[in-house]
Design a binder for this molecule. Sequence first.
Ligand code: SAJ
Length: 475
Amino acid sequence: MLEDIIRKRGPIKKIGVIGMGYVGIPAAALFASSPQFDTVYGFQRDSPSSGYKIAMLNRGESPLKGEEPGLEELLQKVVSAKKFQCTSDFSKIADLDAVALSIQTPFLNKEDLLPDFSALREGLCHVGQNVKPGMLVVLESTVTPGSTAGFAREILEQESGLTAGTDFALAHAPERVMVGRLIRNIQEHDRCVGGIDAVSTQRATELYSPVLTLGKVIPMTATAAEVTKTAENTFRDLQIAAINELALYCEAMGINVYDVRTGIDSLKGEGITRAMLWPGAGVGGHCLTKDTYHLERGVQVLGKDLLDYPEGEPSLYVLARRINDFMPTHMFRLTRDALERAGTPLKGAKVALLGWAFLANSDDTRNTPAEPFRDLLLREGATVTVHDPYVPEYPGVPIVPVVAEAIRGADAIVIFAGHSQYRILNPKVLKQMSAKKHPVIVDGRNMVDPDAYIREGFVYKGIGRGDKNNHPLQD
Ligand code: SAJ
């Protein structure tokens, strides 16, 4: 019995984390800093693209970009205490009590939205070749519901000849990291821990409890944990789509969506909530753009022929994705209509695109909604100058670091990311820089005061600003 084998093995002391990235490094550092555990190995393929991380980590240095409060000190501490070391020797897995796989699962391409599990499968093979009776294997990567008890279990059993749930424990414990708060999020967020059976859930709870400070373990099945992770992002995407649709309605009805948002949000009280998020130029990033499709595939595989749903109706969640992905097109149409009002042909128009990152005050450009917007403009023969103070470069897209370079001579200025500095741009100065009689300003993130720009002779358009989008032109 697995329970007996685990009892004989005793408490978890030696841990492995596979995949030294945004998820694996803080996880390994926190495991290593816990007095309950003796040794942590960070496993990293010695590949040309990321093998350099091994030496860095063994010097206690973080290979991650950007500020991560507390991470470097933690790494220095656990490396000098010889509680953590990074290696590409996967055979060391054989001496461990528990192994967590935190390997990225990107989409193969934007079209068919199928996940690329190849790196995860490779990691699972390494574990399968070294797993021993009584060990715990945990998947931290975001996977399609059904994967842990499905292909992950199959690979582990095929490679080892052992049986999950009988010889070794298997669970899913999805990560909830956020760049800039990697350590804090692991310690303070609750952690869903889902085993393929109760013994696996219990063993995985032993692994995660010691690193939680404010957070607590929420036990469930592996599949429920997979659905939790994908659905929590699906729901956020849905909430954003709901307010994006309301913004489009308000534009059509000539009212200000932000007044309506304030009105709706004012309804408070016990059990009364309206999670009002913010309308905008679009939804980017690595989570919300993918997790809906993981959930959809999960229900198609696991719920095949069992799902009862209104005939012929599309998934609400996929529709939400389509609405959010429509917002860059809407931004293009706002820009096109405004240039028309200014009497400037779209072809040859000079457009300043402010904010390439997908998130305000961030350098993260993954799946940025600014890209489809720029493509639409280029296709119509406009020229686009991209400004972003946080993003130094992006393949195939020149980015200027000084906003004046983008604004000079611009026919249209379009705010795509909510970077704070765009809130304090001076319309008088922008008007002079643009040297146009009626320059266009399109506000994708509710950053500017419409009247301040309209007074200077701008043609103003804003997401959700039906009350201002057809203002009279000031000469
Ligand atoms: N966005 C809106 N309106 C909003 C909120 C966001 O248009 O009201 C847009 C943003 O501009 C961005 C995209 O959506 O383009 C995603 O923004 P996000 O705030 O959701 O940031 P992410 O993609 O980094 O989401 C992460 C997720 N965290 C994890 O997966 C661990 C998500 O679950 C968190 O809820 C989110 O951070 C967060 O709350 O910060």
